[in-house]
Each structure stands twice: as structure tokens, then as C-alpha cells.
Design a protein around this ligand. Structure first.
Ligand code: URA
Length: 433
């Protein structure tokens, strides 16, 4: 087989066989096929797409390029969830303790943040001592003991995706439903859980700009999951404005703690309850949506959801005192109030721009090598459509350095106050299964 023939075939819009796809992934991981040829193929896929069978073949070839977790030693149904990434998305930190408090086994592998999006691992590491590296045995034991473990993906998990994603990132080939769905699902399938809930975001701060595009991606991933015998469902959710109020690592941990106490932002709490109720049904803990929601509200009320977070933090070497007293989490030197310059309605708080503003404070990484400042970030005081009076605080900026003129200008270009009232996008657009 010659790789150039495979590139030509896809350039002409033809389907690749399973053997051709396997040849590609094997050859790329073994460094027999160079980056420039793979980037040409990826571009042909961006332009000409793949049919459903090709996408499943690609996902399985990628999944089998490295270790595949065997979670059989954990009794019961193991659940996993994945968000396609957003700003202020601390869902795993609150949702997973909630469902584990209801008896669900959560065996979760998470990632780090890059650019304007945050990653669960970075947020967890803002808790002193929290260790995201457990070996397979410790991981399985912890889920059996306390129902929950959250760790980093090992280097051996889907090595094909590590190479491919890095290449796609610099060759303009990220935006493609076949490539995104196979990338995400290969990692989910290799992580070994029985059920997968996908939170597919659309809007300014997401990969997919419109609900229709997000639905197409979600349907593709659901089909891959089903082809592999996993109960896979998806929520289509809005990422035009940040989720909740807090953006920044320790700030998001604090907001997750508040949510586990029943004191979280309305939108974020709603997302956790909707996701949690789907997960409880997937885990067969409950077969009714409303009863599942009530179970989640009960574990918030009786403190067992928060207790699960404490157990998780303790089991992974973290400082539980910081969960009991969130003011002990890393704190920035300054908290700067940002005031509205005129009265009206908050019309726009574009997630991508807010994420970039937070990244510039040090809350995120511009490149993979950048260090993160856990303490810094932005806490919104208003959400889209809220009325504001001139002088009202629209956000608190947690920073270790005085804000530059340029940053302040960017802030006011991002938080747009308009004269006319407006309606925000609904947070949860659709649930698919
Ligand atoms: N997230 C992934 O893991 N892969 C993609 O291709 C895009 C988003």
C-alpha cells in the first residue's frame, strides 16, 4: 500500500477501506508515515468528509493504538462524561461527586486546558497536593472504595490522537466532524467506561458555532458509541457566554463547592441536574428523569454530594481543609471591581473573549508548556440579559498584577451593555440519545 494513493482517494471524495485506515494509523504512530502526508490526508477529510463506517473504523484504529483500560474489576456500571470544552466549565467537579453520592461508579480520565478553555485536571491541581496520577490498580481500588476517581490520561492512552491532534492544531484541520468525533470517542472508548454522556457545546466559545453543527457532531459520536456497545447520550448546550460565574482554576473549584452545597449559580446547577439525571438513568440507578433529579437534590441537601468531593480529594492526596474552607484555596493578590460605564442590559459576554482575558491573567495556557496561576481569573457579577446601572459591578477580576490599559480595553470590548433588553440563548438546547 502507498500512502499517497490513500491521500488521492480521499481527495477524490472516495471512501477509505478499513485496511487503508489501519495502515494510516499504524504507519503514523510507528513514524513510517511523515506529518506532511498525514496533514494532506486530514485536509482531504476536512473537505470531503467520511461516511459513518469510515469514522467507526478510524475511531477503533485510534483506540487500539495504545492501552485500552479494563475496568471489569470495578463492580457495576461505570459511567463517564465528556464536555467538548468551554469557558467556566467546571461541570466534572460538581456533577461527578453528585452522581457518585447516588451510588454511581465514576471512573474518569480528564484532560488539561489549552487556549481559552479550561481543563478539569488543572482545576483539581489548584487544591494543594491533589495527585492526578494513579496507577491502574489504585484507580480501580479507589472507584471500588469510594465510587469516584478522576485522573489524567496516561501517555499510552490513544497515542495516535496525541500525534494527530498536535498536527491538526497547526495545519487548520481541527474543524471536521469525522476527525473531532473519532478523536474524542477513541479516548472515551479506551478509558473503558460502560456509558458515556457527551456535553456538546455550541456558540462563540465552542468548536461548533451553531446548535445544528453541535447536533451533527453529537449524533456522529452517539453512533460510534452505539456501534461499540456503549450507552452514549448527548446534551447540546450553549457556550455563547461562560457557564456559571467563575472562570479560573481555584475560583471554579470554589463555585463547584458552592454548587454542591446548593448555593451555586442557576445555570450551572441546572446543567449538573440535567446531566446527573441522564447519568443516573444510564447507570440504571433510577429509570425516571424526575425521580433522578430529586435524588440529586437530596444528596446536595443532606451533604453527601459535598462529602464525595472531600473523599475524592482526600483519596488523591489533596488538602480537604481547602474544600471545608474554600478561602484557603489559592487567592490572587488583588480583586479589581469592573464597573458598568452606562446603564442598560448586559447584551454580550462572549465566552471566547472572556476565556482569552482569563488566560492573559495567567489562568490558562497559550501554549502547552505554559505554567498556570491557579488563583487568578474572572468572576462575573452579571449574566447576559441582566439589567445594569452605570457604576454596577459587572465582574470581579482576580489578578496578581495591576491590569494593563490594553486588558481593561479588551474587557470593555467584551462586556457589552446595550440599551435594549435581550433574551439569552437557552442553556440546554436538546438532549439526544
Ligand atoms: N477535543 C478532542 O479531544 N479532539 C478534537 O479533535 C477536538 C476536541
Amino acid at each position: 500500500m502507498r500512502f499517497v494513493d490513500i491521500i488521492n482517494k480521499k481527495r477524490e471524495g472516495k471512501s477509505l477501506t478499513k485496511e487503508e485506515i489501519q495502515f494510516w494509523i499504524d504507519g503514523y504512530v510507528n513514524e513510517e508515515i511523515p506529518d506532511y502526508q498525514v496533514s494532506a490526508l486530514c485536509m482531504a477529510i476536512v473537505l470531503n468528509g467520511m461516511e459513518s463506517r469510515e469514522i467507526s473504523d478510524l475511531t477503533l484504529a485510534m483506540m487500539n493504538s495504545g492501552d485500552v483500560m479494563n475496568l471489569e474489576a470495578i463492580a457495576g456500571i461505570k459511567v463517564d462524561k465528556h464536555s467538548t470544552g468551554g469557558v467556566g466549565d467546571k461541570t466534572s467537579l460538581a456533577l461527578l461527586p453528585m452522581v457518585s453520592a447516588c451510588g454511581v461508579k465514576v471512573a474518569k480520565m480528564s484532560g488539561r486546558g489549552l487556549g481559552h478553555t479550561g481543563g478539569t485536571l488543572d482545576k483539581l491541581e489548584s487544591i494543594d497536593g491533589f495527585d492526578i496520577y494513579l496507577d491502574d490498580e489504585e484507580f480501580v481500588k479507589q472507584v471500588n472504595d469510594i465510587n469516584i476517581a478522576i485522573i489524567g490520561q496516561t501517555a499510552q492512552l490513544v497515542p495516535a490522537d496525541k500525534k494527530l491532534y498536535a498536527l491538526r492544531d497547526v495545519t487548520g484541520t481541527v474543524q471536521s466532524v469525522p476527525l473531532i468525533s473519532s478523536s474524542i470517542m477513541s479516548k472515551k472508548l479506551a478509558s473503558g467506561a460502560d456509558t458515556i454522556l457527551l456535553d456538546v457545546k455550541y456558540g462563540d466559545g465552542a468548536f461548533m458555532q451553531t446548535p445544528e453543527e453541535a447536533i451533527e457532531l453529537a449524533k456522529t459520536m452517539i453512533q460510534i458509541g452505539k456501534d461499540c456497545g456503549r450507552d452514549t447520550r448527548a446534551m447540546i448546550t450553549d457556550m455563547n457566554q461562560p457557564l456559571g460565574f467563575a472562570i479560573g482554576n481555584a475560583l471554579e473549584v470554589k463555585e463547584a463547592i458552592a454548587t454542591l452545597k446548593g448555593e451555586g449559580p442557576a445555570d450551572f446547577t441546572e446543567l449538573c441536574l440535567t446531566a446527573g439525571s441522564i447519568i443516573l438513568q444510564q447507570a440504571k440507578v433510577c429509570d425516571d428523569k424526575d425521580k433522578a433529579r430529586q435524588m440529586l437534590l437530596d444528596v446536595i441537601k443532606d451533604g453527601s454530594a459535598l462529602n464525595q468531593l472531600k473523599l475524592l480529594v482526600k483519596a488523591q492526596g489533596g488538602n480537604v481543609e481547602q474544600i471545608e474552607h474554600p478561602e484557603l484555596l489559592p487567592q490572587a493578590k488583588y480583586v479589581v471591581e469592573m464597573n458598568a460605564k452606562k446603564s442598560g442590559y448586559l447584551a454580550q459576554v462572549k465566552a471566547l473573549r472572556v476565556g482569552t482575558l482569563a488566560m492573559k491573567l495567567g489562568a490558562g495556557r497559550a501554549t502547552k508548556e505554559d505554567a498556570i496561576n491557579f488563583a487568578v481569573g474572572i468572576v462575573l457579577n452579571k449574566k447576559v440579559s441582566n439589567p445594569v446601572n452605570e457604576g454596577d459591578v459587572i465582574a470581579y477580576v482576580h489578578t496578581d498584577v495591576p491590569l494593563s490599559e490594553e486588558w481593561i480595553q479588551d474587557f470593555y470590548d467584551t462586556f457589552i451593555v446595550d440599551d435594549e433588553p435581550c433574551t439569552p440563548e437557552p442553556l440546554i438546547y436538546e438532549v439526544l440519545q
